[in-house]
Design a protein around this ligand. Structure first.
Ligand SMILES: Cc1cc2nc3c(=O)[nH]c(=O)nc-3n(C[C@H](O)[C@H](O)[C@H](O)COP(=O)(O)OP(=O)(O)OC[C@H]3O[C@@H](n4cnc5c(N)ncnc54)[C@H](O)[C@@H]3O)c2cc1C
Length: 396
């Protein structure tokens, strides 16, 4: 096997995006990561944050950096869909509902406008008129973001990124990486299959398995957490949910920037159209790989599900009789609220792109481009782009 310049560990949203950026830049790259397990109950390998059918995609965000990464990424969707032949983007629009005067909504509006996104502010009545699934709420402001905002199918998006990367010259090995070793001449990645892959440098993008000392010898100061989502079944012919945007909704004037979020009904494996919602009200810490697996093999938190369902029914009362179920998911929080992209101190051949804080499904193409630059360019850490993404390392 030809020795690749770069091995990317983690064939998820960031890893596949980085492999695509590297391959298109003419770098020899091997992407390592297993497929989604067929039977999650008995799976012993890694799990991922992208095992789902719907993720909000929008530019409006209170953090101008996240807004910029989203805008850059969304602009690439048509190209990735064409390069792969896989459709993942549904530009149905997106709304952010908040108590009138919410500072977060004002910041999101300003960031979106600065990037030229098609946003307008309407009230709760107009929202209910445009999309009757929403109950009318007084005293709220609604930021309506038109297409290309909407949702992406994260499973299909990862598949599209991988196909596009392969077509650009990347190699894919669908197995788990079990160790990384480095020396003066390069690095070596050991695989669960027993194979070893020699390379120049390694980029680790393992999502919820971020705390794995076998791959990253100095742990970044980040927190993988389990989250629960609730899925509500919606009849295919229900007119209330037709032309529905994805949504972030906060109604509490005492906590104007807390919210729940969700995606318009989409088909799920096993049949039916399901509206998905979550609110991140309970963090279930996942300190290591075993805890991540246990979490994904559980049904999630019933307490979190109960709270999500109660919030959803205040906004979508038509769902009170709907069949519903829960799914576990996981994301990785950082102190900065932004990803950590940088080299591991003392291990310069290893870089990380971890800690996406629940926002990277829409923005992974920009973050993959940045991670690709970081792992190739020895001067990157001094760049302006590096500053906000600089990893914080846990005390040994
Ligand atoms: C409930 C929920 C809702 C969300 N909603 C949104 C949303 O609406 N909009 C949005 O933009 N984002 C959303 N996100 C966030 C988004 O899904 C994540 O930010 C994104 O998936 C992170 O990408 P990643 O590449 O870091 O991780 P992942 O996509 O999880 O990829 C990591 C990959 O690493 C692999 N891996 C791990 N360990 C190893 C190993 N040892 N060897 C090889 N491979 C390994 C895994 O198999 C996986 O494929 C949501 C997340 C959750 C949990």
């Amino acid at each position: 096997m030809m020795r690749p310049d770069i091995v990317v560990i983690g064939a998820g949203m960031i890893g596949a995006s980085a492999a695509l950026a590297l391959a298109r830049a003419g770098v020899s790259v091997t992407l390592i990561g297993p497929r989604e397990p067929d039977d999650k109950a008995t799976a012993t390998g890694p799990f991922a944050s992208h095992y789902d059918e719907g993720r909000i995609t929008r530019i409006a965000d209170p953090d101008p950096l996240w807004a910029g990464w989203a805008a850059e990424s969304i602009a690439c969707y048509p190209d990735i869909e064409a390069a792969s032949g896989i459709r993942f983007h549904h530009p149905v629009g997106s709304v952010r509902v908040a108590p009138a005067g919410s500072p977060g909504l004002a910041r999101a509006r300003a960031a979106a406008r600065a990037l030229g996104a098609a946003v307008e502010e309407i009230d709760g009545r107009e929202l209910a008129a445009r999309c009757p699934a929403f109950a009318t709420h007084e005293g709220v402001a609604v930021l309506w973001e038109a297409a290309p905002a909407g949702h992406v199918n994260p499973r299909r998006k990862v598949a599209a990124l991988k196909v596009a990367a392969l077509r650009a010259g990347a190699r894919l090995i669908e197995t788990e990486a079990t160790a990384v070793a480095t020396g003066p001449g390069g690095a070596e990645v050991a695989l669960a299959s027993g194979e070893r892959v020699a390379c120049g440098r390694v980029l680790v993008a393992t999502g919820p398995h971020a705390r794995d000392r076998r791959l990253v010898p100095v742990l970044p100061d980040l927190k993988p957490v389990g989250r629960t989502v609730v899925l509500f079944e919606v009849a295919a012919d229900d007119p209330q949910f037709r032309a529905m945007p994805s949504f972030i909704v906060g109604l509490d004037p005492a906590a104007p920037d807390t919210s729940f979020y969700g995606v318009a009904p989409v088909p799920y494996p096993g049949g039916g159209l399901w509206l998905k919602a979550g609110n991140g009200c309970i963090d279930s810490p996942l300190p290591d790989g075993a805890a991540v697996r246990d979490w994904f093999q559980s049904g999630g938190s019933q307490e979190e599900a109960r709270r999500i369902r109660a919030e959803v029914l205040t906004v979508f009362p038509a769902l009170s009789a709907a069949r519903w179920r829960t799914e576990p998911c996981a994301l990785v929080e950082t102190v900065s609220g932004r990803p950590f992209i940088g080299r591991v101190p003392g291990w310069e051949r290893i870089g990380i792109a971890l800690g996406c804080n629940g926002y990277a499904a829409k923005s992974c193409i920009a973050l993959g481009r940045i991670a690709a630059g970081m792992i190739c360019d020895d001067g990157w850490s001094g760049s302006q782009e590096a500053g906000p993404l600089r990893p914080v390392w846990a005390a040994p």
